[in-house]
Design a protein around this ligand. Sequence first.
Ligand code: NAD
Length: 263
Amino acid sequence: MTRPLKGQAAIVTGSTSGIGKAMAIALAEAGADLVINGLGDPDAIEAERAAIEADHGVRVHFHPADMTKPGEIAAMVADTVDLYGRLDILLNNAGVQHVSAVEDFPIEKWDQIIAINLSSAFHATRAAVPHMKAAGRGRIVNLASVHGLVASPFKSAYVASKHGVVGFTKSVALELAETGITCNAICPGFVKTPLVEGQIADQAKVNKMSEDEVVRDIILAAQPSKHFIEMDQINGMLLYLVSDAGAGVTGSALSVDGGWSAR
Ligand code: NAD
């Protein structure tokens, strides 16, 4: 198997679950040393860390930075460079959701969603760019969403944060266009992860429907393919963006959404 990322170092925020975990494994499979991050049970996180290391023959460290805390985010980037002597790939993936009518939207949930989904990408990018500029190469990939391109009701904070991520991606890409560093956003439709399982339960409550009805009539109603997006389909886009072949793509919001944003 070819290992095109051998010798490179990557940070994946929010990689103790779902898409982030799957992307971290894909980068390790391609040879990258990793810093994984996220919330969760310490024993489960250590088991994940050790398994990636053993399965893929790369170095994997866990960093507990809380994505609502700018100082911890900057420390995560600095610690990565101390550990590996480089930072090639920054994957801003950590994200949370809350579903509520705007007039009832809890103020602390709004602040939390903007902090984790949007501001953490700024803080990590701000800290990473000097190291990437010094190396003359880098790849920043932000996990936005189809909700970075189109909206749905009852998700005001999430949609605002993800549109913000797409705008941030474009601005950073322009700023860095001559440096060898690319910055892109991946915009998935629905992938069945714990985050979406939570939304199925929330939507069932808000709409007074069964969870099966929510999946059929709400979640996949908007996704023309009528299938959840698979992790491998996101990983394919990620591995392209971080490759040398991806050097010409920057400032793009790349849909992996079964046709949703084509409507
Ligand atoms: P998930 O809930 O399975 O995982 C979220 C990760 O973020 C976890 O590792 C969690 O610990 C981490 N996290 C949450 N708060 C944190 C904090 N304060 N500090 C550090 N880490 C924190 O969710 P997922 O579905 O895998 O989503 C990953 C990303 O993909 C998110 O940005 C999400 O918005 C985006 N996305 C998901 C879907 C989908 O259908 N699942 C679709 C489009 C975009």
